[in-house]
Design a protein around this ligand. Sequence first.
Ligand SMILES: *[C@@H]1O[C@H](CO)[C@@H](O)[C@H](O)[C@H]1NC(C)=O
Ligand SMILES: *[C@@H]1O[C@H](CO)[C@@H](O)[C@H](O)[C@H]1NC(C)=O
Ligand SMILES: *[C@@H]1O[C@H](CO)[C@@H](O)[C@H](O)[C@H]1NC(C)=O
Ligand SMILES: *[C@@H]1O[C@H](CO)[C@@H](O)[C@H](O)[C@H]1NC(C)=O
Ligand SMILES: *[C@@H]1O[C@H](CO)[C@@H](O)[C@H](O)[C@H]1NC(C)=O
Ligand SMILES: *[C@@H]1O[C@H](CO)[C@@H](O)[C@H](O)[C@H]1NC(C)=O
Ligand SMILES: *[C@@H]1O[C@H](CO)[C@@H](O)[C@H](O)[C@H]1NC(C)=O
Ligand SMILES: *[C@@H]1O[C@H](CO)[C@@H](O)[C@H](O)[C@H]1NC(C)=O
Length: 621
Amino acid sequence: MAPPRQLLSLLLLWWIPSTTAGPLRPRILADTNRDGVVNQRDDAGKQHWTPGRGAIFLPNIGDSSHRCPVADLTGKPLSNHELSSCHDSSGDLLPPSSTRYAAPLLTLPLPHVSDEAEGRIYTEPAHASNRVRLFWNETDVMTGYSSVWAVVNRQVTFNATTLRKGISLALDGRELVTDSKVWDGSITVVFEVTDRNRTVRDSVAMKQAPVLLHHHLQRAEVVLSSAAGDNRTIGSAWQAHFLRGVEDAVGGDMPVVLFNQTTDRTDIWAQDFLEPGYASMPGPEGPVSIRVLLRSAQSTREAGRQVFSQLRSAGIGGFQPGPGSGFGWEEINSGGNIETIPPYTSRSGKRWPTGRVVMGTHFGTYPAESMTTFLRSQGTQTPLFIEAGWLVIGHVDEMVQFLPTNATSLGFTVAIADTTAAISLLRTANASGHGDTPFLSYTGDATPDELTVFLDPNMLLPNTTISTVLADPTFHETQVYAQKYLDQNLRLLLREIPLQENDILRVPTLFKDATYPWPAMPDGLPRRLNLPHPGEKQLKAMVPQALNGLVLGNGKYVAPKQWGPVVQGRDIFADAVEKVYAKVGMQVKWVDDYMTHHVRGGEVHCGTNALREMGAWWEGE
Ligand SMILES: *[C@@H]1O[C@H](CO)[C@@H](O)[C@H](O)[C@H]1NC(C)=O
Ligand SMILES: *[C@@H]1O[C@H](CO)[C@@H](O)[C@H](O)[C@H]1NC(C)=O
Ligand SMILES: *[C@@H]1O[C@H](CO)[C@@H](O)[C@H](O)[C@H]1NC(C)=O
Ligand SMILES: *[C@@H]1O[C@H](CO)[C@@H](O)[C@H](O)[C@H]1NC(C)=O
Ligand SMILES: *[C@@H]1O[C@H](CO)[C@@H](O)[C@H](O)[C@H]1NC(C)=O
Ligand SMILES: *[C@@H]1O[C@H](CO)[C@@H](O)[C@H](O)[C@H]1NC(C)=O
Ligand SMILES: *[C@@H]1O[C@H](CO)[C@@H](O)[C@H](O)[C@H]1NC(C)=O
Ligand SMILES: *[C@@H]1O[C@H](CO)[C@@H](O)[C@H](O)[C@H]1NC(C)=O
């Protein structure tokens, strides 16, 4: 009985050293040296992929021809899974519009093969093969024109004519790496040629680019916010006012795109229902990148579907967290609870060339596994956890921010909310005889609606003054409580990031105790907000929280208008905040979010988002 063909070829590969294989020496190349072109220089070490060298390919998950539907033929909305499953690589076509996202490979011409020679090109291992697509540029020999990218698999054989000319190939990913235990993105492309009695193989190792989350050293290219529906919608007049403010602050520096596809028109929290990321590979004219927008792990949060229904397009795809964890709409799983430390080397010497994700835990509760596993599986920005359970919403973006600066050798610094700085502003004003100044200067309409759950009319009374606030023991208890966790989290960050105490920017912030027995959601779904942990409080910002703003990366910082005490014609909070950001060369652009966001549980950052520049991550490896 003849041995199976594969076994035979394996044996030949194993036992016949290439020197005795004579002139039959098939070679397949990809962009192993990452210079954007495939050529002989890619031959060395191509079979062994390392973070510093090795060919990269992209998950080709955009929708370049807008073919993906959002509803079925009866008009019923697709399920989350169905919605996310359609994209450019969900079929077997590589249309010209998405060719640029496929990584090039080629086989070198084999001019000396006999007429009987036969070649095969396929991917290994088997469990990875159906996660990628391989195409060859099938040239129409009659016209000499390349006609079409045809799928290549084990069944496709290449004849002597084709082998002699060399084969131009393209490979892309059909899916994201969601769990590295299942697949870490690695693939081997094998080129196997049989000529007369010999079979010789060559191969090249490739790996799918990790999905990276943006950090603030990357400039914003597009600002996102939410149109939040029409005039019948709760709060929509406020949202229109907010959006005018954002437009003015951005000032035409970049487009402002508004989410406008959701049926839940109250979801104005553009920071929270998605987290923008990207994947890149080298190309001949610089990196080729595709945006990968992570929908939050909040399966019933309708607004997250806009990742697919509105933004998915050429060069933009989405990640739908899998089933299991992340059901419902819990605040711990919002995008506002996902921030990124820019690139650094830790105190213990570990390099984080693409930075590192920071997420908040809520007293032992972690964000959804579908998201944390996804982030860990990218292998580059493994999350660091800090405590956010002391906040009623509980997001990292309510306490810490990473700001670009040339003042530190890392190129960035940490800004942190600070109650001490804020109290001292009040004390100074009181000491200079301004104790009777109203604590807040907001004088606009403050008519409540169903979602202004944190609106406290007492805060706006003229007899709530600097001195009455300072005289309130509960106020001080609350600040001490907040500062304990702020200090704890800063210590944790500084044990990791080699910055000094005096590098840290302290943004004056005051908190209010908003501990509240959250009612069950009317739809019977899990509660959005956790019940307070026994013995703990749940706080939110008392004055619009300056740190919760949008870093554009061009020296502008879009922050919530303070409405702090006005002493001698100056808002003392606004002045202090401007001074802090001026230290890192940032000019604050104030946007009034008092009624849109502040009294609904967030601020400017929560209500906006940004698509940022996408870098050549491999250069740091
Ligand atoms: C096929 O490959 C050649 C050479 O790389 C390229 O010029 C041509 O555009 C490709 N054809 C298609 C259909 O992309
Ligand atoms: C070899 O393959 C090419 C591409 O499939 C085809 O166009 C050509 O006719 C084949 N040549 C022979 C001699 O079979
Ligand atoms: C294979 O072919 C070579 C010459 O081309 C010959 O020397 C060798 O004996 C052959 N081997 C087998 C197993 O037929
Ligand atoms: C919404 O309100 C604005 C301002 O009041 C008005 O100009 C516009 O026509 C209204 N749109 C709808 C759809 O009612
Ligand atoms: C939604 O926003 C997009 C821009 O992203 C715009 O092209 C489209 O017309 C808007 N749709 C509606 C219904 O306003
Ligand atoms: C840091 O310095 C570089 C080079 O002078 C400059 O391009 C960049 O804008 C500076 N960044 C900041 C945040 O000041
Ligand atoms: C503040 O004024 C309101 C009415 O304007 C009054 O009800 C309240 O008691 C006053 N509070 C204090 C602390 O004086
Ligand atoms: C505020 O200032 C007044 C007058 O200077 C002083 O009596 C009072 O003790 C101060 N209050 C606080 C809390 O510092």
